[in-house]
Design a protein around this ligand. Structure first.
Ligand code: 5GP
Length: 193
C-alpha cells in the first residue's frame, strides 16, 4: 500500500514529463515539504522495524531530505554519497553511475572513513527508476565490505525495472512508499489504487 499522504500529493501535484519522468518539485525535488518527509521517515521506520542498522546512506541531492529526517528520528548518522569529487577528499571509493534524468554519467564517491566493513546500512533515495544510482550504492558498499540491510524509496517507477535489477544484485529488502505503475498518456497510475 502506498503512503496515503504521499500518494495524494503525487496525484494532485505530480506532473508527467517526456521520457517517463515524474516531476514532483513542488514537494520533493525543489520545494520540499518537510512534514511530508517526516511522515515518510516514520513510515520507513515502521516498514524496516525488523532490520538493525547503524547508518543511513543516501546520494545527493534529493535523497538527503528524507534520509536526514530518518536519521534524526532513528538517531543515526547520515552519509550522503557525492556526485562530484571534492578537492579535499583523499581516500575514497568511487563508482560510475548513469544519470537517468540528466542523461549523463558521473562518478559517485564516498570517503572510506564513512563506509566500512562494520556498517549495516539503510539506503534512502527519492526515486527508484532504472536502478543505476542504487546499483552504484551496491558497488560502493561491496568495495567497503559494508552490508546493505535495505533500500527505501519515496517513489518507485515500477515500469522502469530498477527493483528487478537490485534483486538480482542481492538486495533483499526494498520498500517504496508509492509505486507508479505507469505514466502513459500523462496519467499517473499508482499501484493498488
Ligand atoms: P535510477 O538511477 O534508479 O534510474 O534513477 C534514480 C535517480 O534519478 C534518483 O536519485 C532521482 O534523483 C532521479 N530520478 C529518476 N527518475 C526520476 C523522476 O521520474 N523524477 C525525478 N524528479 N527524478 C528522477
Amino acid at each position: 500500500m502506498a503512503l496515503k499522504v504521499l500518494r495524494d500529493r503525487i496525484l494532485e501535484e505530480g506532473r508527467c514529463m517526456e521520457g517517463g519522468v515524474l516531476k514532483v518539485d513542488r514537494f520533493v525535488n525543489h520545494q520540499m515539504d518537510s512534514y511530508l518527509m517526516k511522515q515518510a521517515a516514520i513510515e520507513f521506520i515502521r516498514r524496516f522495524a525488523d532490520v538493525t542498522v547503524n547508518k543511513i546512506l543516501t546520494i545527493e541531492s534529493s535523497g538527503i531530505a528524507p534520509a536526514v529526517m530518518l536519521g534524526y528520528l532513528m538517531e543515526l548518522p547520515v552519509v550522503f554519497v557525492k556526485k562530484k569529487l571534492p578537492l579535499t577528499m583523499e581516500d575514497y571509493y568511487q563508482t560510475e553511475v548513469r544519470s537517468f534524468t540528466k542523461q549523463r554519467s558521473y562518478n559517485a564517491v564516498i570517503n572510506k572513513a564513512y563506509l566500512t566493513a562494520d556498517d549495516h546500512v539503510l539506503f534512502i533515495d527519492d526515486f527508484l527508476a532504472f536502478g543505476n544510482a542504487s546499483i552504484g550504492i551496491v558497488d560502493l558498499c561491496r568495495q567497503a565490505g559494508a552490508t546493505i540491510e535495505g533500500m527505501g524509496f519515496l517513489i518507485e517507477k515500477e515500469f522502469q525495472g530498477g527493483r528487478h535489477l537490485l534483486q538480482q544484485e542481492g538486495v533483499q529488502r526494498i520498500e517504496s512508499l508509492a509505486i507508479i505503475e505507469s505514466l502513459t498518456d500523462s496519467q499517473i497510475k499508482i499501484k493498488n489504487d
